[in-house]
Design a protein around this ligand. Structure first.
Ligand SMILES: NC(=O)c1ccc[n+]([C@@H]2O[C@H](COP(=O)([O-])OP(=O)(O)OC[C@H]3O[C@@H](n4cnc5c(N)ncnc54)[C@H](OP(=O)(O)O)[C@@H]3O)[C@@H](O)[C@H]2O)c1
Length: 329
């Protein structure tokens, strides 16, 4: 296998070993009662420049969702890709309901009707007539409903609207329900040096699925910028973390315990001339050859730094063992 590329399962789709996550570039959106769900304000022109810089640096995989910025992330990504859409693999997600005008998330909908409606909306916003990897965003949905949606995804494949699909979930049982489908190519799940996922990686190995890794930088903690007590702007989800968001406390301060663990592994991660963020990505590649981390970004500089990790390769098995020892795993 070429080290800079990954196969998406048995789909025949090939992606760069590094993808990019397009949540932050969606800009602000919130729950009906004002809980921020985005990463604060963004500069769309900088987002477009960042996506195009990524293309020039060899990144060919972009992950978004219909709900990021209530449709805005898909629009910005579609605009940035423009005529180069055919050069890349676009992954998006469905399962949430939102109002594009007020940028409010209204809830989730795992019905079959909604999936088809959502697909039409994503195609329109992205300005494309097919999705490469269509992902179910409701991580804890009923597995029986998951099986029905998997079969619907097979229909989308037959209709030429979708090339492959995945469930975005941290539960290997649910991932396996989708994995039974002929064109299921991946699982999207959380994986970073502080939050390992051995059971999910075992499932990916067993089923021949790609492991698409969200939160590879622990939402910025592994990029080394978030000192304890450092303020975040009000529209940033990390400033008022919902219960499921780990590593940050009210007000957006990084959890001191997490910072301690980042500090403890910093020397190993920054070996070989890597920055901390590059080391965090290298740990993921070292963990399994099936992994495709999708770090978030909002600037050209972040994309350049993260794409620069590809050429430095994975950490070695000895370094992974050393990190496990330091973290008491
Ligand atoms: N399926 C799901 O439910 C789900 C859930 C979460 C995420 N995702 C996907 O996974 C992607 C990434 O995960 P994530 O958003 O949780 O966060 P992440 O990738 O762990 O962290 C991304 C954040 O780290 C900071 N950063 C990135 N590169 C950096 C660099 N080189 N130097 C300094 N800071 C840097 C940026 O934030 P600041 O500049 O603001 O610090 C960036 O937004 C998302 O964009 C999304 O596509 C999916």
């Amino acid at each position: 296998m070429e080290t800079n590329f990954r196969a998406l399962g048995h789909s025949g789709i090939r992606v760069s070993a590094l993808g990019l996550g397009c949540w932050a570039i969606g800009g602000e959106f919130s729950t009906p009662d004002g809980q921020p769900l985005g990463w604060g304000r963004v500069d769309d022109e900088e987002s477009v420049r960042a996506v195009r810089r990524a293309l020039d640096l060899g990144v060919t995989f972009f992950d978004t969702a219909d709900t990021y910025g209530a449709g805005h992330s898909e629009r910005v990504l579609g605009r940035a890709l423009g005529a180069r859409r055919g050069e890349v693999v676009v992954a998006t997600k469905w399962g949430n309901v939102f109002d594009e005008r007020s940028r409010v998330l209204l809830g989730s909908d795992d019905s079959l009707d909604h999936a088809r409606r959502a697909l039409t909306g994503s195609l329109r916003r992205l300005g494309t007539d097919y999705i490469d990897l269509y992902q179910f965003h409701v991580s804890d949905a009923d597995p029986g409903r998951g099986a029905e949606l998997r079969d619907l995804c097979e229909e989308f494949v037959r209709e030429g609207l979708v090339r492959a699909y995945a469930w975005s979930t941290d539960d290997p049982g649910r991932a396996a329900v989708f994995g039974a489908g002929a064109h299921c190519a991946a699982v999207q799940h959380r994986l970073n040096v502080l939050q390992d996922a051995p059971e999910m990686l075992a499932l990916c190995e067993g089923e021949g699925l790609a492991s698409v890794n969200r939160s590879p930088l622990a939402m910025g903690l592994l990029a080394g910028k978030r000192g304890a007590g450092e303020a975040l702007e009000a529209g940033d989800i990390r400033s008022a973390p919902p219960a499921w968001l780990e590593g940050f406390s009210a007000g957006g301060a990084a959890d001191p315990e997490w910072l301690k663990r980042v500090h403890a592994v910093r020397d190993v991660l920054t070996s070989g001339g890597r920055t901390l963020a590059q080391g965090a990505l290298a740990w993921i590649w070292g963990r399994s050859a099936l992994t495709v981390p999708i770090p978030g970004f909002r600037t050209v500089a972040q994309v350049e730094e993260n794409a620069g990790a590809i050429g430095k390769g994975p950490l070695t098995p000895a370094q992974l063992k050393e990190i496990d020892g330091i973290l008491g795993r």
